[in-house]
Design a protein around this ligand. Structure first.
Ligand code: NAD
Ligand code: TDX
Length: 347
């Protein structure tokens, strides 16, 4: 039995689906904010090994009750505000959930740990806490200094520091993973790859921030979930682990790859998808490059990604083509307001 937070979001849902498939029982705590979608968990409907609880990680009474009731062997902590652009428009919620919410979970975990010594706390973090790399710099390692640049990455860094402190001060068996950009099924089209697919299919502009030469490392979400599974079983308490796909791409390369796949799998009536590319105003404080050295995961845990960017992206584009109804539901509600707000400042 494990307690997953944020398991109705993109990575959390993929993780919960995989864990239950592997025979695990999952208690899934998610507040169902704008990024949480129960439709992503539809395959688990009626499955006794999945218990969904709508609630906030900052609700300590609820967390205490869930720990006492289910006695999980671990918390896998995904719940967060996760979108850099939203953190620029409204940083307060990022501090609330990512920092204060993580603190609440840690406090309740510390109490629970007193009588459950085999408990572990896995903090799912990001490469963005390390800041930005120059074109020829070596990739981030586990000993790279934290230098976050956005309210999002600063809030994740703050949470990571609290997790670290709870290990050193209270002996809580914690693990921290820092992963690069994920892509795959169930990702909301506010993030680059699903946004490109969504806009392309609607015949709308494909917005590229600035010169499009910012570099990200891309990892297929299932590979990330498998890495987290390995960490949970065999990771060393108190340590941090970098997870990455060894797939550095400029944003323009990503756009080109998505357009090429769509041209092949779902051709436009006339013209090519790349005709829709539009350069727009840059993101303020936009980090230039991230790259991860994931050799510790390979050496210590024998983990490496199964998908290349080419194979993972093909699966992803096919998934979005086959799951228009999920996209329709995920982009109803406040989605149009967000698009209006974010992209009007960039035109
Ligand atoms: P997401 O935004 O898709 O999902 C976040 C989920 O957390 C949502 O379901 C939301 O409802 C829930 N949530 C938010 N605040 C909550 C609260 N206070 N209480 C309970 N639930 C709450 O995010 P994601 O892309 O799946 O990312 C998951 C985690 O992985 C985050 O911690 C993120 O920092 C980290 N991460 C993401 C990436 C990436 O590329 N997406 C890469 C590295 C690390
Ligand atoms: O419309 C867009 N146009 C564009 O050029 C969007 C949404 C993004 N971009 C650029 C900005 C980035 O350089 O694409 C790159 C990727 O952007 P996002 O998908 O917003 O991801 P990023 O900011 O890199 O952060 C992601 O990876 C690390 C996740 O959102 C984080 O949660 C994770 O920690």
């Amino acid at each position: 039995m494990i307690l997953v937070t944020g398991g109705a979001g993109f990575i959390g849902a993929n993780f919960a689906l995989g864990a239950v498939r592997n025979g695990e029982t999952v208690v899934n705590l998610d507040k169902l904010g704008y990024a949480g979608h129960l439709e992503s968990l539809a395959a688990l409907d009626g499955n006794p090994r999945h218990v969904f609880v709508k609630g906030d990680i900052g609700d300590r009474e609820l967390v205490r009750k869930l720990l006492a009731q289910h006695r999980p062997r671990a918390i896998v902590h995904f719940a967060a505000e996760s979108h850099v652009d939203r953190s620029i428009h409204g940083p307060g919620e990022f501090v609330q959930t990512n920092v204060v919410g993580t603190f609440a979970l840690l406090e309740e975990s510390r109490n629970f740990f007193q009588n459950h010594k085999d408990f572990r706390f896995l903090q799912v973090s990001t490469d963005e806490v390390f800041g930005s790399l120059g074109e020829t710099d070596a990739a981030f390692t586990e000993t790279s200094p934290y230098a976050p640049n956005s309210p999002y990455s600063a809030s994740k860094a703050a949470a990571d520091h609290l997790v670290r402190a709870y290990h050193h001060t209270y002996g809580l068996p914690t693990l921290i993973s820092n992963c690069s950009n994920n892509y795959g099924p169930f990702q909301l089209p506010e993030k680059l790859i699903p946004l490109l697919i969504h806009n392309a299919l609607a015949g709308e502009a494909l917005p590229v921030y600035g010169d499009g030469k910012n570099v990200r490392d891309w990892l297929y979400v299932e590979d990330h979930c498998n890495a987290l599974g390995a960490l949970l079983e065999r990771g060393a308490a108190g340590e941090t682990y970098n997870i990455g796909g060894n797939s550095e791409k400029t944003n323009l390369e990503v756009v080109e790859a998505v357009c090429g796949l769509l041209d092949e799998l779902h051709p436009r009536a006339s013209g090519r998808y790349r005709d829709l590319v539009t350069h727009v105003k840059d993101r303020p404080g936009h980090d230039r490059r991230y790259a991860m050295d994931a050799s510790k995961m390979r050496r210590r845990l024998g983990w490496q990604p199964a998908e290349s960017f080419a194979t993972g992206l093909r699966k992803t584009v096919r998934w979005y083509l086959d799951n228009a109804e999920w996209v329709r539901q995920a982009t109803s509600g406040g989605y149009q307001d967000w698009v209006e707000k974010n992209y009007s400042v960039r035109s």
